[in-house]
Design a protein around this ligand. Structure first.
Ligand SMILES: [Zn+2]
Ligand SMILES: [Zn+2]
Length: 344
């Protein structure tokens, strides 16, 4: 099969690799679409600690079951279209036994710690594969993983109808969080430097938009979500939390980053700071939100690339101007990358 491989940090190769063989309880999936996210940049650069090298990255994906290992008891058969929850939790550590598998002591994920889906084929545990309703395209289905991260984030944030929220950074994740907040009766203000993203945020439910937190004239919000992971932005965003409010650290900051925070304010204003890591019991809910149209995926995929163009795809994500970038193994590298050029 053809696949992208990160040989070592900074070294990407696209070429022929042996077809993966589905082990016991696994299915083989022919990948139709796989999204690129910030984690893929960290993996390519060697900044994602759990990743061993060489690795085939790719954890936001959908495709068709084309093979079954032994002991697959989930009812999946060849030809079934699926989206795949990439989470690989051990099931027996203390976190897993408390039902918090995303904090698993032996945490893993397809495409992050074992070979993933920037490839023609990928082997995954059958229990992680969700059959797609007919109306859901592969392109939409490859967005279910980011939606499921947003669903988990919203559960952690615990907003209530009628509250106000500030979402800082409206790339794919910020736009999905904006939608989920708005759909649950929260009035959303979105901040981003890129005007096109603010336009999408307004279309997707943001009541107000602004180019920076400074433009908000000191307004404060019941819930503030940082999706940038940028320390100085997080400090400004913390100042935007209203008394009694909550702050969600959603964007991934560098491990060594630190922010200044007023313990007096946290005490005196009863401010809650929470984190949200990946997916937890939220993939099925996310698939339903996408398939019934509650989450609008129109306009989210702005760039499409062939496997051979993986370095270009990473470049677009690094540049931050597009929204979701996807790699389509069947995409011809001579095709234009305009949104209207492919039916997936
Ligand atoms: Zn991701
Ligand atoms: Zn575990």
């Amino acid at each position: 099969m053809k696949a992208v491989q990160i040989i070592e940090p900074g070294r990407i190769e696209v070429g022929e690799r042996p077809d993966p063989k589905p082990g016991p309880g696994e299915v083989l999936v022919a990948v139709a679409a796989c999204g690129v996210c910030g984690t893929d940049l960290h993996i390519a650069d060697g900044h994602f600690a759990p990743t061993p090298y060489p690795i085939i990255p790719g954890h936001e994906f959908a495709g068709t079951v084309v093979g079954l290992g032994s002991d697959v008891d989930t009812g999946l058969a060849e030809g079934v279209r699926v989206a795949v929850d990439p989470s690989l939790f051990c099931g027996h550590c203390a976190a897993c036994r408390r039902g918090r598998g995303n904090l698993c002591a032996n945490w893993g994920a397809t495409g992050d710690t074992v070979d993933g889906a920037f490839a023609e084929l990928v082997a995954v545990p059958a229990r992680q594969a969700y059959a797609l309703p007919d109306g859901v395209s592969f392109e939409q289905a490859a967005l279910v993983e980011p939606v499921s991260c947003a669903v988990h984030g919203l559960r952690r944030l615990g907003t209530e109808a009628g509250e106000s929220a500030l979402v800082v950074g409206v790339g794919t994740m910020g736009l999905l969080l904006t939608q989920l907040l708005e759909r649950s009766g929260v009035r959303v203000t979105a901040v981003d430097r890129v005007p096109d993203k603010l336009r999408l945020a307004a279309e997707m439910g943001a009541e107000h938009t602004a180019a920076s937190i400074a433009d908000l004239d000191g307004r404060q919000y019941d819930a503030v979500v940082d999706v940038t992971g940028v320390a100085p932005v997080i400090e400004q965003a913390l100042d935007s939390v209203a008394r009694g409010g909550r702050f969600l650290v959603f964007g991934v900051a560098p491990e060594e980053a630190r922010v200044a925070l007023s313990p007096f304010r946290v005490y005196n204003d009863e401010i809650t700071v929470v984190g949200s890591m990946a997916v937890l019991h939220s993939f099925g809910a996310a698939l339903e939100l996408v398939s019934d149209g509650t989450v609008d995926t129109t306009g989210l995929v702005t760039h499409r690339f062939a496997l051979e163009q993986y370095a270009d795809a990473l470049g677009v994500v690094r540049g931050g101007t597009g929204v979701k970038v996807q790699v389509l193994p069947s995409f011809s590298s001579t095709s234009p990358t305009t949104p209207s050029s492919t039916e997936v």
